[in-house]
Structures are given as C-alpha cells and as structure tokens.
Design a protein around this ligand. Structure first.
Ligand SMILES: [Zn+2]
Ligand SMILES: [Zn+2]
Length: 553
C-alpha cells in the first residue's frame, strides 16, 4: 500500500474527518443518539409512543386538573367558522383559539388575513378521574393526527406527539438516518452549494450539471472546470457557512452539540470533547460501541502530529506531508496485517517532537505484523530502521548503484557510503567554528501586532542580510507568519502602497528600506502548461535558441 503525498485537487468533498473515518462514526452517533430540532423554531422534535403519552398525562393530572387538546389548525389564515361548526357537530364545547379558551357558542369568525392556531378541548382530567387518561389520549391523538396538547390551570401548554413533527409549526421530519449527515448524499448536502461548502460562481455551478454525450466534450469541460476552480477564489457558502450540510442536518444535536460544531473542532479538541459526553439508558449502550472508534481515530491523528487539524477541513487544502500523514492515520485504524507499506519521506515538514511520535506510529504498524519501506533523508528515521539500503554514490547518471546495505552499524563501517560517514561523524556547523555576531546587524525587518490566523498579536524581527529560521511545532503558525504576514507586508511596502486591506493581519512592518525585491520560493508545480521544462523555466533555453539561430544553415 503506497501512502503518497498526493494532494487531492479541485472539487473533492473529502475532509479530514471523512478521510480518517471519524465522520463515519460521528454520523452513526448523531443518527442514533441525536435529537432533531426544528430549523425554523429551534424546538426539539421528539416522537413519543402512545403509552408514554398516556403516562405523561397521568403524571401531570396527579398535580392538578388538565385539559387535553387536539390541534386542528396550525398558523393558517382564514375565518375558520367551518372548524367551529365541525367541533359543535362533534359535541365539543370549548375551543382554544390563539392562546385563549372560547366556548364554541361564543365563537365569532376570526380575522381573515391573520394566521390563527386552533385546538379543540377533547376532555378534562384530574387526580380523581385518572382512569380516563388512556381513552382521552387515544381520542386526542386521533383528532390531532398524532399530536395532542396538555393545558394546565396556569395556561401552560405541553406538546406531545407520536410523529416526528415540530411542536410549534408542525413541520414533519424524517426519522434520523446516517445519510442525513453525509454531504455526498442528497439527504444531507446543503442545497445551495451541493455539499462543497463553498461557492465559485453561479454560471460555473450550473454549467457543471450539464453533460454531453461526447466523451471528449465532457473531458474537455471537466478540465476547463478544474482549471477554473484552481484559478478562481472560492467563497464560503452563505447558506451552510462551509459546513456542507443542509439546515435539517445542522439542527440535530447530541448533548447540545451539532455535527458541524463538532467538525469545527481540531482533532485534539474533539478528543477532549468526546471524553466529556455522557449518555444514559439505551443511548449509553449505543454510544459505548461508537465513542471508542471515534476516540481511537482522533488519537491516531494526534500520534502522527495532526492533532491541530480541524476535522471539517477540506482534504484538498492539506499540504503534501499532512495528506500523507492523514492517510497513515487512517491506515492505523484498519488493523490490517501482512501489508507492505511504501512511504516517500513521511517526516517532511515535521517538528522533531512530532517526528518521534510519527516514528512510534510506524513502529506500531510494524509490530502489528506489517512491513514498511520508507524513502527518507531524516537521520532519526535511519537510526530507527532495522535495515538500510543506501543508493549512490552520486546523483543522476553517477548514481543508481547500491552503495551499502545492512544495519546502521554496517553502513557506518562502509568505506563507500557517504550516508554512513555522515551518520558516524556528523558535520558540525558552522564549519568555520564561530557564528557572526548579531550585534553588527544594522537593519531589522520588524513586524508588530501580527494577528493572522492563530497568531496572537506577535512582535518579531528578522536581521537584514542574514539567514533566519522560523521554527516551531506543526500548526504553531510558522507558515502563517511567513506567508500571510511577512510576504504581503514587504510586497506592500515595496509597492509603496498604503497599508490598507491587511490591517487585520498585522499593525506595522518596518525596516524594509534595504530590501530591493522579495521572492517566494515555494513547492508549487511550475508553469500552467505541460510544455514547461527546467530549461525554459530558468531561461537557459532562450540562450540556446539564440545560439542555434546564429549558426549557418
Ligand atoms: Zn417549527
Ligand atoms: Zn452550502
């Protein structure tokens, strides 16, 4: 199984939670222990068995006299004289109209263009007549089509229902199903963004739905679209606010928490949250099967140094190293044995602390009965390897030979292995023994009040004309400081533009007077077209073309 650093590109709906399967178990947890709330009224929608309703009436009646009502009109405009006539024919004597009890004989037609709610009083019950509860409940639920109300002497209304419907507006809901929480399913996906959580352009999104019979046309269209997605700034879906789910799914709560609130948490925060959840009764039995699965996968994420990643984060925004480690975390949950895992530089971009945890994780995979082959420059990884293959001796056409194989000790003893020599007697830096003092630095680039992303009002400075390193554990804000603060700030100063627009990210950057230009050397692919070569990119090919153009034919 090759665990690559491939970054999922364009249009994919995968998130950190789906890749690690945390989401699979979260969906089950929410479907089985969640409570539906009405998106319009924010009231719990809970259906009860008829027996439970009888019991509720009995319990309430012991405390005082109650009226049992059946709702017949829910927030509907009209005179509603027909309702009063019907109730009279049924031999009822009282209606409950817009919050007030009215004897049917005194009923006058209502205001036509106002919304009215009407219930009919089916019967009265108190401690002495408790035996009536069963018949009353049955009758009231029949007339109210599964819903009945209790009205006490203080005019307090309690709603009871055998259906999944909102006690206030009567909106009906489906039984909870894991598909409701899937943004890959029409049951769960936000209607506005189709489950992507972001919107590109109305034109583009409708165009995506058209399909043609021609395979070539479809392929060309798909390619145009993916270029489009790459080139265009997507913005958060205004309907689901990036949660990818529809309103019904976003209004199911487990212990007061919605599934999108949960996926907004980082893996570490989610692990703490899940430990605090308490369940009772049958829910406890269900949760006992699901919680350990979720907890274990969150721990795997922490083990590979990804505890800081938000569960709902789109997989396509992860760096190559993060993508690879998250796939590794997913593998840890599989409990496979007899697998050969092939990894290319899994420690890339990791802080030493997370490096050790990752190596422990790889060792754990080995202990389960698997084999691992890892391409790696990292010294710690080599020191922990059972067996090392050193290729060389040089690069390109001067390489391609096995220089040394064996344990670390074997490699160190080998005369030909450059790697072994470095491991045995590491080069000490600086090679000329001492470093230049910073006391002689005249200019510093100063950053004040950097607040981009997780940066907390940071003041920091960099010496001009020296080599500086920003370090820290994964997710601590290194890239943010460089990419979202230093780079745009210096560009802005170079362009002598007013410091507008980025005011939220930092307060002030100074000391860039000595800087002539700024270049970002990143790891993104070069060139838009596949015709770019190293020769054209560094422009050596221009010179070669000129030379050939000057030659005689
Ligand atoms: Zn409602
Ligand atoms: Zn949406």
């Amino acid at each position: 199984m090759a665990i690559e650093q491939r970054v999922t590109r364009g249009g994919g709906k995968s998130t950190v939670a789906t890749v690690t399967e945390v989401y699979h178990f979260l969906r089950l947890l929410f479907a089985k222990t969640g409570t539906q709330f009405c998106p319009d009224c924010d009231l719990p929608v809970e259906k009860q068995s008829p027996a439970a309703i009888v019991k509720q009436i009995e319990t309430a009646a012991k405390k005082g006299a109650l009226k049992v009502l059946s709702p017949v009109v829910k927030a509907r405009k009209g005179f509603h004289t027909d309702v009063a006539r019907w109730a009279e024919r049924q031999a009822f004597d009282t209606l409950y109209v817009d919050g007030a009890l009215i004897p049917i004989a005194q009923f006058r037609r209502l205001e036509r263009f106002k919304e009215h709610s009407i219930a009919v009083v089916v019967g009265v019950i108190d401690a002495k007549r408790i035996a009536k509860a069963r018949n009353l409940a049955q009758r009231a639920l029949e007339i109210g089509r599964g819903t009945a109300h209790l009205l006490d002497s203080k005019n307090r209304l309690t709603v009871m229902s055998t259906e999944m419907s909102c006690p206030n507006c009567g909106r009906a809901f489906e039984e909870l199903d894991p598909r409701l929480f899937s943004f890959n399913s029409p049951h769960g996906a936000c209607e506005e963004c189709g489950g992507f959580g972001e919107i590109w352009d109305q034109e583009f999104q409708t165009a995506a739905e058209e399909t043609s019979d021609s395979v070539l046309e479809n392929e060309l269209r798909a390619e145009r679209e993916s270029e489009w997605i790459d080139a265009t700034e997507a913005h958060e879906c205004p309907s689901c606010h990036g949660s990818r789910l529809n309103a019904v799914a976003r209004h199911v709560r487990v212990r007061g928490q919605t599934i999108d609130q949960f996926t907004n948490l980082s893996a570490s925060e989610a692990a703490r949250k899940i430990d605090k959840l308490k369940f009772h009764g049958t829910q406890q039995t269900i949760a006992a099967d699901l919680i350990p699965e979720i907890r274990q996968r969150l721990r795997f994420m922490q083990n590979v140094g990804l505890g800081y990643l938000a569960l709902g984060r789109s997989a396509k925004t992860l760096s190559g190293g993060e993508s690879q480690r998250i796939r590794l975390a997913a593998q840890l949950g599989s409990n496979l044995r007899g697998v050969l895992y092939v990894l290319d530089e899994p420690t890339i971009g990791l802080h030493s602390r997370d490096n050790l945890r990752l190596l422990d994780t790889l060792a754990a995979l080995r202990e389960k009965g698997n084999s691992l082959v890892i391409v790696e420059h990292d010294e710690e990884t080599m020191r922990r390897a059972d067996y090392i293959v050193d290729l060389g001796p040089r690069a390109g056409s001067h390489g391609g030979e096995v220089v040394a194989t064996g344990t670390l000790r074997d490699l160190e003893r080998s005369k030909n292995s450059e790697t072994g020599r470095c491991l045995k007697t590491p080069l000490s830096h600086p090679t000329r023994k001492s470093r230049r003092s910073l006391g002689t630095v005249e200019n510093w680039i100063q950053v004040h009040g950097a607040r981009a992303n997780n940066l907390k009002d940071v003041d920091v400075r960099f010496p001009v004309g020296r080599l500086s390193v920003i370090t820290g554990i994964s997710g601590s804000g290194k890239s943010t400081l460089m990419h979202d603060v230093l780079l745009p700030a210096v560009i802005e100063q170079l362009e002598k533009r007013k410091r507008s627009g980025n005011g939220d990210l930092f307060k002030l950057v100074s000391g860039t007077e000595e800087i002539e230009a700024i270049y970002e050397v990143d790891q993104s692919p070069i060139g838009k077209t596949s015709r770019s070569t190293p020769g054209t990119y560094i422009k050596v090919f221009d010179e070669i073309r000129n030379l050939y153009a000057q030659l005689p034919v």
